[in-house]
Design a protein around this ligand. Structure first.
Ligand code: TXA
Ligand code: MG
Length: 322
């Protein structure tokens, strides 16, 4: 057996620890999306992530730790950064902080930067795995570069079918949040939002006051060309569509009714819940991408709460290949 998919439990966690210690890759469930994990301290292991994902450039990877104490061995936390970690970890928040001078991470994992993105994932067995390993995990989303992020073990298996370079996929069912973590840069005087995600800006601002938004809704609407194609289906995707064409599939939101609703229509949340919509986003995009249609039209999604993260993913998905 070159690749195993095992239910997440104590036995599969032990096997994962063994494989990771051998500098191999393991796909892990998190509350946001499935991650492609490797020892963050090993350049060989991290290089294997880039090779398997076919990532063209060396972006810094998020470093996953078991708790705040471990995070503080790697990064320097200001009082505000510590306050956010205490409030929201474990959870869908990545904090970018300056690296400690004696940090153990490989340069490939940090892309040679003097800062690091750290988070404690919400799945208790994954935190146990990191504790047993005694080493932080570098883990980007477990999909091929640019394609739709995985929110189930099956999505991961579809991307890397039987590939011996990924010997183990840990299966813990669908991800409860469904979009990647929110990334906050804590290295400047005011926190800066680098990526909208699974923790809403509103919740963060209750704790820290105004956050500088490098990714405001205005910026997204005005300059989609500046955004890199990412999270993308094979088919062309159009946003903010009220009337889809007869050859498109339709991804709707809210109770409707929807005009010209085609045969291949899926609703992100009939109740209009942005949490439910985030949770369904990537799996529904995959289903519509597989439907016999020429494109995907998406109904407007409100720009509040998790809607900021959902719109960010859709905007990048709609950006056409060169
Ligand atoms: O929810 C998530 O965050 C998932 C799960 C698996 O934890 N991980 C994830 O990782 O989305 P990835 O590699 O797909 O996205 C990491 C993002 C990249 O856009 C990278 O540029 C940014 O985090 N990042 C990481 N370290 C950074 C740093 N030091 N400064 C600025 N951005 C950083
Ligand atoms: Mg990703």
């Amino acid at each position: 057996m070159v690749q195993q998919i095992l239910r997440l439990d104590k036995a599969s966690v032990s096997l994962a620890v063994q494989l990771l210690k051998e500098e191999k890759l393991v796909a892990i469930p998190t509350e946001t999306v499935y991650g492609l994990a490797a020892l963050a301290t090993s350049s060989l292991a991290v290089a294997r992530i880039y090779a398997l994902k076919e990532r063209p450039s060396f972006n810094p990877l998020i470093c996953h730790v078991a708790n705040l104490k471990e995070a503080e061995r790697i990064g320097v936390f200001s009082p505000l950064a510590r306050q956010l970690a205490v409030k929201f970890w474990p959870g869908p928040l990545t904090l970018v902080v300056p690296l400690q001078p004696d940090h153990p991470l490989s340069d490939l994992s940090t892309a040679g930067l003097s800062t690091v993105g750290l988070r404690v994932p919400g799945n208790p067995l994954i935190c146990q795995l990191i504790c047993h390993l005694g080493v932080p995990l570098a883990a980007p989303s477990a999909n091929l570069s640019e394609s739709i992020s995985p929110t189930s073990a099956m999505h991961v298996a579809t991307s890397f079918q039987g590939d011996a370079r990924l010997p183990l996929i840990l299966d813990d069912g669908p991800c409860p949040i469904g979009i990647e973590s929110t990334i906050l840069d804590m290295t400047q005087e005011r926190p800066h939002l680098l990526r909208a995600g699974g923790l809403s800006l509103e919740e963060i601002q209750i704790i820290v006051g105004p956050v500088v938004c490098a990714v405001s809704s205005d910026a997204l609407i005005k300059s989609p060309g500046q955004l890199k194609r990412h999270y993308a289906p094979q088919k062309p995707l159009r946003m903010n569509v009220l009337t889809p064409t007869s050859t498109e599939a339709y991804l709707t939101f809210g109770p409707g009714p929807f005009k010209n609703s085609p045969a291949y229509t899926l609703n992100l949340s009939e109740q209009g819940s942005l949490q439910e919509a985030a949770c369904n986003l990537f799996s529904m995009l995959r289903l519509l991408d597989d439907s016999p249609t020429e494109g995907i039209a998406v109904h407007p999604i409100p720009f509040k709460g998790l809607g900021l993260g959902i719109n960010d993913r859709l905007q990048r998905a709609s950006f056409q290949k060169d």
